[in-house]
Design a protein around this ligand. Structure first.
Ligand code: GAL
Length: 427
């Protein structure tokens, strides 16, 4: 049983961005709702470097095999979680200068683009490419508004994973095989690592701190109350949120001081290199370990953030056909590859995610990925905040600003909690 019902329930439209998709001066190649421009495709992502680029490259290889006549134009903009790409994309969409296709997260983030009339309905491609039964229905529901489907999913990632270096743990007297039961037990282990002089918990710039925050909220509140944060049934000003924010504050006190100058690959690398014991990161991190020939169980261990082990922090990337795309036929060719079994298998093997297609063979994937497939089948699926599933982009931006203010010392815990409550209430 795949359960994304919790996410689907909160995927209802709540924010309409100011839409402005007219005035394209690039429409000469064709009409997005029609055809044309099949000679190339500009693909806009934030998979610009390292293991993320390796994932994209694997997909581009399959694209070359399936559509050798269409030139792939890489529109990737560096910055994990789309931290730079999403703003740039929004400016391009507002200026009527869309790429031919772009990466968007299933859930509230995609709903933003749909409500702003920036995306074409691509339901007919689901028939043409025979995708109607390829994906779990509840995932398709997250890509659908009023019966129209607006994107094709490429993968599913998990956000609430701890990556750890066993040698660093052993040096600190922490048993790498023993997973802490909750955040309190984990804090005790972090204290032991601190005594060795190594960084207990590596983290990077703001979005990775928000990724950490969401996992602490999952761990301390549990699935139901965590989901309630996004549908209004959990009070952001309440005592259980205060307690979770206190845990977040304690965890942040064990992190590297240079965090705001780093992106996720550098923070994860600290664990790979044995300079830090733990890193909390979505499971694209596994691709960084594997790319460097690190073996699961010996060179690294992974476990759900303590206290969140029955939850799967859900996010999915998907690809779209923007209104006014200059090369709609090129985009359709790309979307066909994204949805294909060959495309999903090659891409996800390299990316660390699990395929969105239900007919992909688990045995084609790594041991970690097989464990993620299993967890996805049995855990409570809860929406990721940092990766577009839980909130519209504007709310995530406000939460990110509040978090940065707090972790740079410009606000105290009480003010942080108020800022968060305001950020969500403003949606
Ligand atoms: C997420 C995205 C993942 C991965 C990650 C780090 O938002 O869904 O595929 O790229 O950012 O950049």
């Amino acid at each position: 049983m795949r359960r994304i019902a919790a996410v689907a329930g909160i995927a209802a439209a709540s924010l309409v961005l100011a839409a402005c998709s007219g005035g394209s001066d690039k429409a000469a190649g064709g009409d997005a709702s029609g055809s044309g421009g099949g000679d190339e495709v500009e693909v806009f992502t934030w998979w610009a470097q390292g293991s993320e680029k390796a994932g994209l490259d694997a997909l581009v290889d399959v694209f070359g095999q399936q559509h050798g006549d269409v030139k792939f134009v890489n529109g990737a903009v560096a910055g994990g979680a789309g931290s730079a790409a999403k703003d740039l994309l929004q400016s391009r969409l507002q200026a009527g200068d869309p790429p031919d296709t772009f990466q968007a997260h299933a859930g509230k983030e995609l709903t933003d683009y749909i409500n702003a009339a920036q995306l074409e309905d691509i339901s007919s491609l689901y028939d043409e490419f025979k995708l109607r039964d390829a994906f779990p229905q509840d995932l398709v529901d997250l890509l659908t508004v009023d019966g129209k489907i607006y994107s094709i999913p490429s993968n599913i990632h998990r956000s609430n994973v701890v990556w750890a270096n066993p040698a660093v743990l052993e040096e600190a007297g922490v048993d790498p095989a023993a997973v802490p039961a909750d955040i309190d037990a984990w804090l005790a282990d972090l204290e032991k690592v601190k005594a060795t002089g190594k960084t207990p918990l590596s983290v990077a710039t703001t979005w990775t701190q928000v990724n950490l925050l969401e996992t602490v909220l999952m761990a301390d509140l549990g699935a139901e109350a965590y989901n309630g944060l996004w549908d209004g049934s959990t009070d952001w000003k309440g005592a259980e949120v205060t307690a979770a924010l206190e845990d977040f504050q304690k965890l942040m006190s064990y992190t590297n001081a240079d965090r705001d100058g780093l992106d996720w690959p550098e923070a994860t690398q600290m664990v790979i290199d044995g300079n830090a014991a733990y890193n909390v990161m979505g499971d694209w991190a596994v691709a960084a370990f594997e790319e460097q020939d690190k073996a699961r169980g010996t060179d690294f261990v992974d476990f759900p953030v303590p206290g969140s082990d029955s939850m799967f922090g859900f996010l999915a990337d998907s690809f779209t056909l923007p209104v006014g795309a200059p090369h709609p036929d090129g985009a359709k060719a790309w979307l066909e590859t994204v949805g294909s079994l060959e495309g999903q298998t090659a891409f996800n093997k390299a990316k660390g995610s699990i395929p969105a297609r239900t007919d992909a063979k688990p045995s084609d994937f790594s041991e970690y990925q097989q464990s993620a497939i299993e967890a996805y089948g049995k855990d409570s699926i809860v929406p990721s905040l940092a990766h577009g599933a839980a909130t519209p982009v504007a709310v995530l931006n406000a939460i990110s600003d509040a978090t940065s203010k707090f972790t740079t010392g410009a606000s105290d815990l009480a003010a942080y909690q108020q800022d968060l409550a305001k950020a969500v209430a403003g949606s």
